[in-house]
Design a protein around this ligand. Structure first.
Ligand code: SAM
Ligand code: SF4
Ligand code: SF4
Length: 382
């Protein structure tokens, strides 16, 4: 794509903040051209939208029971962006170059009438007139019931999280006693509904579920489902992350290669997080997501919209930019933002983005001591 010149704005008037008063753009709106590079030249392509902060699982690496107990205060419904608000923002993000939208959470299938949102988002088109790559990440618990209605609403494909095939191991991971069989039924229902290609994500924690790597690989080999192994990450501030619980992708790969012949594949798309390997016998592929040991900040094109409408430019960000206050006219001057205001706000935030947490951490080969509490995964999604 040809280079576009983005005018430099006075960022002091538009500083990154969770406070609504700072987010009123005072510069002329930048025209949305479908090409919006950040300060490091990375275009905005991928938008992850968290539709709820609630979940029916208590995965220890994401929403540990000790923290997310019956006293934990989830967001009241009025704080959540409505489907109309989400779609309005998504349309503006798409005008700035977003081509892929992933719905996430919390558990996105817990949001009532999620199909209505999918229907609305599926009608969006890129500036070139293309439909979006619209997908959703789920723990699979409600999928057997919902696969057909999701497909009918316009969802194209789906990613399901599953951390093992052994019930005792999986139940230790989800910590609510949820059985593997129900998730497997959900995966089958998604396949039958045509929600493909299906990906299954497995977070690997050393000493907790790493024995499940080979059974999972055997189970999904030849099934048409791509299994991806994710390194356990230090997101948020509640999961008590320790480096010695991370099983590096290199080690996962060598365990797999002791059993299967695997051939390297090239990345499917720029900004792709997974390193891909094909089974030499043509029985599909696996992916490795090395979020901890191998930074992929260099071409990170992902923005995240939290459940309550804050824009995050990195999974490890401390604060978001409050778009909901702009939308609802709750900012200092109490006037609801026009589309042009919102467009300028998004452009301003993204074009000043310099995040590259994983890369810095890899360079330091240590966990960054980076000050205040980081945002939680269940609130901005994976
Ligand atoms: N509830 C849905 C699910 O589990 O698929 C969607 C939200 S969940 C936050 C999105 C993804 O983030 C899941 O695949 C989950 O396994 C992953 N995840 C959550 N915490 C993680 C961590 N500490 N390290 C690596 N991946 C994590
Ligand atoms: Fe829920 Fe997904 Fe987090 Fe597990 S990873 S607690 S299923 S939001
Ligand atoms: Fe993107 Fe931040 Fe992750 Fe780097 S650390 S890949 S910038 S989300």
């Amino acid at each position: 794509m040809a280079d576009k010149v983005i005018p430099i704005a006075d960022l002091r008037r538009f500083e990154a903040s969770t406070s609504p008063v700072h987010l009123r753009p005072m510069v002329q709106a930048l025209p949305a051209s479908g090409w919006l590079p950040d300060a490091l030249g990375r275009p905005l392509r991928d938008l992850r939208i968290s539709v709820t902060d609630r979940c029916n699982f208590r995965c220890s690496y994401c929403m540990p029971k000790q923290v997310f107990d019956k006293n934990y205060e989830f967001l009241p419904h009025s704080d959540l962006l409505s489907f109309e608000e989400i779609t309005r923002l998504a349309r503006i993000f798409v005008a700035h170059g977003v081509q892929k939208i992933r719905l996430t959470g919390g558990e996105p299938l817990l949001r009532r009438h999620i199909e209505a949102l999918i229907e609305m988002l599926s009608e969006l088109r890129t500036p070139e007139g293309q439909a979006l790559d619209l997908t959703l990440t789920t723990n699979g618990s409600l999928l057997a019931r919902k696969a057909n209605s999701l497909r009918a609403a316009g969802l194209q494909r789906i990613t399901i999280s599953l951390d093992g095939l052994d019930d005792a191991v999986f139940q230790r991971m989800n910590d609510v006693g949820f059985p593997v069989s129900d998730v497997l039924q959900g995966i089958e229902a998604a396949q039958a509904a045509g929600l493909g290609p299906i990906k299954v994500n497995m977070v690997v924690k050393r000493g907790v579920n790493d024995e499940q790597i080979l059974p999972m690989a055997r189970h999904f080999k030849g099934s048409g489902v791509t299994l991806r192994f994710i390194e356990y990450m230090d997101v948020g501030a509640t999961n008590g992350w320790r480096m010695n619980e991370v099983l590096p992708s290199r080690e996962i790969l060598s365990r797999l290669r002791e059993v299967f012949e695997l051939l390297p594949l090239s990345a499917a798309a720029p900004g792709e997080t997974a390193e891909r390997w094909a089974y030499a016998d043509g029985q599909g592929e696996i992916g490795l997501i090395s979020s901890v040991t191998q930074a992929f900040c260099g071409d990170c094109n992902r923005a995240r919209l939290s459940t309550e409408g804050k824009l995050y430019t990195c999974l490890f960000a401390h604060g978001g930019h409050d778009l909901r206050s702009l939308l609802r006219g709750q900012a200092a001057d109490r006037t609801p933002a026009t589309d042009q205001d919102l467009s300028a706000a998004i452009a301003q935030v993204w074009s000043s983005r310099i995040d590259r947490y994983s890369q810095l951490r890899t360079n330091e080969s240590t966990l960054l001591d980076d000050g205040p509490r980081r945002v939680e995964m269940h609130y901005i999604g994976g």
